[in-house]
Design a protein around this ligand. Sequence first.
Ligand code: PLP
Length: 446
Amino acid sequence: SSQPDTRHEIAGERTARDAYWMPFTANRQFKDNPRLLVGAEGMHYTTADGRSILDGQAGLWCVNAGHGREPIIEAVQRQIAEMDFAPSFNMGHPLPFEFANRLVALSPGDLDHVFFTNSGSESVDTALKIALAYHRVRGEGHRMRLIGREKGYHGVNFGGTSVGGLVNNRKYFGLLLGGVDHLSHTLDIGRNAFTCGLPEHGAELADELERLVALHGDTIAAVIVEPVAGSAGVILPPKGYLQRLREICDAHGILLIFDEVITGFGRLGAPFAAQYFDVLPDIMTTAKGLTNGSIPMGAVFVRRHVYDAFMQGAEANIELFHGYTYSGHPVAAAAGLATLDVYAEEGLLTRGAELADYWAEKLHALRDLPYVRDIRNLGLIGGIDLEPRPGEAGRRGYELHCACFEKGALVRYTGDIVAMSPPLIVTREQIDELVDILAQGLRELR
Ligand code: PLP
């Protein structure tokens, strides 16, 4: 096989790494100092130079059952051999039907219809389009506005970018969607630093939605939030905040969308954040853990009243003019079904609840180490917020990430925040090891 030679080349000369324009990466910095992963099993990656790295971020918040799971591998192999692809429009094959049935059995309330996509970004844009069309088909087409939140991350397509609230993700890309407004984010280190679990202060920030209703009247279609924001650096909802959003949406005929791309599939110790918080959104976006990260796929869950609003008129009519060539892809659906089996057999969708206290206690033991200005946790999510080095914002986060990688653990950095989201199979010993590596890395920061 030519593979080992190619790998060697990619790991060697920088020029061999030039053609690939890497996503969300400092390309030149990375290509000078590549951190290449070539294998994975269970809780560990293997690097190009043969080191074993503890995966502290479940790939990218997606490999919830750990790496290299045999049932998923076999299901993918079987399906791709049996049928690689079937047209998704006006044709079908059994797997996405079966997968949707299995998914709605897990989802809260009457979120019992599923639209398949290929990523979190596509799930978000699909959800926003469904929300707009929902009002339109009900004769409330004047509801055209979408409300997001500062520091929100909803992927990178135009809809998700527009409702998102991370300045660098927005400012390069023109005017984005019109008619979008934003709530304030809920990060308040001044009042909530080092809170274990949900912050006490800030539920009143949900009342901003009332202010936006006062401004925009009945033109708001939907509000989208991450129940827990990951990409912006682990931002938690203050106690009562999500409940309040739900109440205000109900009072004003606004759809509530939870973006559960990272919180879905067990991250908080319940299958979905909607269950963890006991707040039922009208639409829920997912991806990542849906297939354990193995094959790209996303799923948008909608409640019965949303689906039913479309199922009117002549039965020969297409109800929603939206979909992807790969919606419900057979190989992805096979991967997803096998993933749900693994989650069920090993109790992974609730395992986080058993480990959450241990995880919290260990993480918070880092609070007195250099430059740590906040530690945030919920379920099996953790974030360490570092004091930025004057004039070099973001460097400490990057340096801590690199130090951990050198010492054998992969953790994510966003600016000066380092985020952890280990696979849900993590053991207590592996939590100790991860926190130990973080502590060593923190002690070396300057
Ligand atoms: N929404 C949220 C909350 C996310 O965290 C992400 C990715 O991290 C996305 C959407 C986008 O998902 P994808 O990268 O699969 O498009």
